[in-house]
Design a protein around this ligand. Structure first.
Ligand code: SF4
Length: 436
């Protein structure tokens, strides 16, 4: 983990991601370990959903107080006993109840996903499926670090982006293998023992899988490393069947532990089209947020991603997480011919509402799926998206972002030019000009 702590980029951005850095390097316990110490003063089984939410609000206040004390060093949770039932048990129970009238995301389908008779827009019943999991070495440098981001790809999605680069995963809900919360918790432990710097919940979209994710995190807090003892040979074979990398990673307990508990930051890598209820549950277990902010207007969002009320919902969620003071990196993908209608309004909104936040302005858009003229799925309705963004478009975006004063240059350019030798990181746009 030493090599991760010594990455050059921390010199510039550690103050933007302080909690994530401390948890990733095991200087602090992940939020889920703190939440496991907060008691839920309620009978989980016999209480109504409304009563569970009221207790959740009380317990969250206690959690935030305890988290603050852990952050400033007043409390060492290794000296605080775990609670039963805990705030994590409460979150798990609430998510289970929500599944019966699913409102995890803003489609608010209100279908009972436990029966499997009616499905919502995401096309998922109660079962989650994992397409692959692996050490992702392509994420932003603070996330991929030196040993990768522990990425778990769920199938299916609640958006229908015409250009989806993961359409095989997001459009095919039967891709991958079904997983239980115990399987997920085991995957988390195995990845962390192999040195990943975070657990990157992604898809498709993780939101429809929220119930299984929070239960997995609850199991992780309860059993830690012992969760692996519960796995038989067949269970191992089952989860290893979707591991996408078998590089010679060593198992190192020292990478994984805070005291005698498994510790790893949880990362929510999402389209951010979730409800405020989901966001509130996730607040207690996510240590860092990686939201997408794609569209600057609802018309483009509906035409290209078939998603209504996009801007209102996604901007609201970004602002909520920012106002909570959480660690986050926003991703914006630059799309050809959508600079004026999408990129500029998104960047302007971020600059007006979330000053100082880290932004990754991504240039890797390429035509895929319905926007790819070579694909059998190509739809000429999207012909303006059938090319990569031009150099002129990208440079215009970068200059616009710089004029707004956005904090994007290090995160966006770290793979393109060797920033370490460029001196002042504030002037990277001009230096990049020659590299495009
Ligand atoms: S997760 Fe969203 S799309 Fe899926 S059933 Fe629930 S509300 Fe509908």
């Amino acid at each position: 983990m030493e090599s991760f702590s010594r990455l050059w980029i921390w010199r510039y951005i550690k103050h933007k991601l302080p909690w994530y850095y401390d948890v990733s390097t095991n200087r602090k316990p992940a939020k889920y370990l703190i939440a496991s110490r907060v008691r839920a003063n309620i009978n989980l089984r016999d209480s109504s959903e409304g009563e569970l939410w009221r207790e959740f609000d009380e317990a969250t206040k206690e959690f935030l107080d305890l988290w603050g004390k852990v952050r400033n060093g007043e409390v060492d949770i290794r000296n605080v006993p775990k609670s039963e039932p805990s705030l994590l048990d409460l979150i798990t129970e609430i998510a289970r109840r929500m599944l019966r009238h699913c409102e995890f995301c803003e489609w608010r389908c209100r279908v009972d996903r436990t029966g499997g008779r009616r499905l919502g827009v995401c096309m998922l019943d109660s079962v989650s499926r994992v397409s692959t999991y692996f050490h992702h070495l392509g994420e932003e440098l603070p996330l991929r670090g030196t040993l990768g981001s522990g990425t778990i790809f769920f199938t299916s999605c609640n958006m229908r982006c015409a250009f989806c680069q993961n359409a095989d995963i997001s459009r095919d809900r039967f891709n991958g293998v079904p997983v239980t919360p115990r399987d997920l918790a085991s995957i988390v432990v195995l990845l962390r023992l192999e040195g990943v710097h975070n657990i990157n919940w992604v898809g498709g979209e993780p939101t429809p899988n929220l119930h299984n994710i929070v239960e997995a995190i609850d199991l992780l807090a309860k059993h830690g490393m012992k969760i692996l003892d519960q796995l038989g040979e067949e269970d191992y074979e089952h989860i290893l069947s979707v591991k996408a990398d078998f590089l010679p990673y060593n198992f190192n307990k020292g990478w994984a532990m805070y005291g005698n508990e498994v510790n790893v930051p949880m990362l929510w890598n999402s389209n951010f089209y979730m409800t405020p209820e989901s966001l509130r549950l996730l607040r207690v277990v996510m240590d860092i947020w990686l939201p997408d902010f794609k569209y600057g207007n609802d018309k483009c969002a509906f035409r290209i991603s078939r998603t209504p009320r996009y801007f209102e919902v996604v901007s609201r969620n970004h602002k909520v997480v920012y106002d909570w003071g959480e660690d986050m990196i926003i991703r914006h993908l630059v799309m050809p011919n959508h600079i004026e209608c999408d990129t500029k309004p998104v960047l302007k909104w971020i600059s007006d509402n979330m000053p100082g936040v880290l932004v990754n302005i991504m240039d890797q858009y390429r035509p895929e799926h319905e926007t790819d003229p070579h694909s059998s799925h190509y739809n000429p309705e999207f012909r303006e998206l059938a090319r990569r963004p031009s150099r002129d478009e990208l440079m215009e975006v970068y200059r616009y972002a710089r004029d707004l004063g956005l904090n994007f240059e290090l995160i966006s350019f770290e793979k393109k030019i060797d920033i370490r030798y460029l001196g002042d990181p504030d002037s990277l746009v001009d230096r990049l000009n020659g590299d495009y």
